[in-house]
Design a protein. Sequence first.
Length: 266
Amino acid sequence: MACVACGAETRPGVLMCSRCLGSLEDPLSLVPRMQDPTADSRLFHRGSLIIRIGPVAGEDVELGRGVEPALRLRSLLEKKDEIALGAFVDKYLAGAGVGLHLWGDERLPKRSLVWNVVSSIKGGEGSGQAWGRASLRIGNVHSLIVKNAAPLPVDGQWLSKFLIYHTGEAEKAYARGRQVTELSPIADSDLAMLRLFSGKGEEALGLLEPMSDAIDPTNMPFIIKRALVLEILGREDEALAELAKVPTERMDRRALALKLRLEDAR
């Protein structure tokens, strides 16, 4: 069999060789993208920080006239302005559609700066709410890469290293986010989704169980996530029972779609 990119001979079932895969500059090219150039603006039904972002004096990032985001990122990195950088990363990735809660069906806009923002953060640059949120969003980007890369029919040795790297980066980011008390449950639930994407469904259920046991309005996303994991594991009846804990008025589009799938499967 031949590599689809360069034509070099590969093992049966392998579509791309490690050399071609190693030249992958933007891993987010593996993640489903928003093709509509205005889709990111519609996420918040207003102008988006992914298009333009004004000068940042603190954690409160205001949308307005200002410098181009790539220049702003470079400036913040050079100044080592930790507070402003955390706010920038948090709001920029939020505008790109990377939520605090990871679901796996996210689509990101086709802009290389999204990956530049993620890859520019090498460690725990700062602390506080903004950095906690930024860390969760960074972890979610790495987790989405893991989800979409794991099933690829490509060189196994390259894929193993690739998945280990992005899994490790996601875990480190979630650990940073967990340091903010109110974000800790979300970090654990996102880690559970990463475990699911890595083929460790039972471990994912174990992580979600403590958060989904209590019936509370703030726990609805955790219950929906646990039902989603149960569905993927083929335990539809358990998933439907789990989803029944969520009042109809608290169901979002994901929960409603999951409910319909589970009812159709019965």
